[in-house]
Design a binder for this molecule. Structure first.
Ligand SMILES: O=C(CO)[C@H](O)[C@H](O)COP(=O)(O)O
Length: 227
């Protein structure tokens, strides 16, 4: 994984704090997972009296939200969500992403599916033209691990078992190396068709709607479908 520098942290913080502009009074906010989202949670704490609460995509984020005194709701009881804020491991100009570096991809994909608007917050190192340099995480039911790995090899990837990691859902992660993903929506569907795959870290069929990208001093806002 890439090394994190202090200027990269500054960029993550700037992108995260910019997302606060999209939060309206009374909202239940969809919250992702990761170091960039941690800055967002900290910023959300400053306006916690104005929001109703959050729906979280991981135990890690739930813990941080609760430590700040932000109420965390079960997604099933929260109804529709207007906004979901999350980071990315890679993001393209079309706002397709690879996510799941933190192993939270399945819950992230579920909360993202519910939300009207997905806001991706990222430092500029996450921007790519073609996805696949970052190994693609795939969450797998443990007993299917070897079978799924063999099927992924047939699709041209090199799967590596992320040893010692168990997801919040009790599953395992295969990180798929050496993919050059020209057709992310197609690959997202194909991988999800393998029996034993819970989901994969391609967020292309439902990508981000808005991306807030920072280099630490300048913030760029990208919209889906804008040229
Ligand atoms: O998908 C994720 C976790 O599963 C994260 O959003 C992704 O890994 C980016 O993390 P960070 O903000 O720490 O760079």
């Amino acid at each position: 994984m890439a090394q994190t520098t202090s200027s990269q942290n500054q960029a993550k913080q700037q992108a995260a704090e910019a997302a606060i502009e999209f939060i309206q009074p009374g909202m239940i906010v969809g919250v992702g997972t990761g170091s960039t989202v941690n800055y967002f949670i900290d910023a959300l704490a400053n306006i916690k009296q104005e929001i109703e609460g959050a729906v979280s995509s991981s135990e890690e984020s739930t813990e941080r939200l609760k430590a700040h005194g932000i109420p965390v709701y079960d997604l099933n009881g929260a109804g529709a969500l207007q906004v979901y804020v999350d980071g990315a491991d890679e993001i393209t100009p079309q706002l397709h992403m690879i996510k799941g570096g933190g192993a939270a991809l399945t819950r992230e994909k579920i909360v993202a599916a519910v939300a009207e608007t997905f806001i991706c917050i990222a430092d500029e190192s996450k921007q790519v033209d073609v996805l696949g340099n970052f190994p693609l995480p795939v969450e797998v039911i443990p007993m299917a691990r070897s079978y799924v790995a063999r099927e992924i090899v047939k699709l041209g990837g090199d799967p590596v078992y992320r040893e010692g990691v168990v997801t919040d859902n009790g599953n395992v992660i295969l990180d798929v190396y050496n993919l050059h993903i020209e057709k992310p929506i197609e690959l997202e569907y194909k991988l999800n068709q393998i029996t034993g795959v819970v989901t994969n870290g391609l967020f292309a069929a439902r990508g981000a709607d808005i991306a807030l990208i920072s280099n630490g001093t300048t913030l760029k806002t990208l919209h889906k479908d804008s040229k």
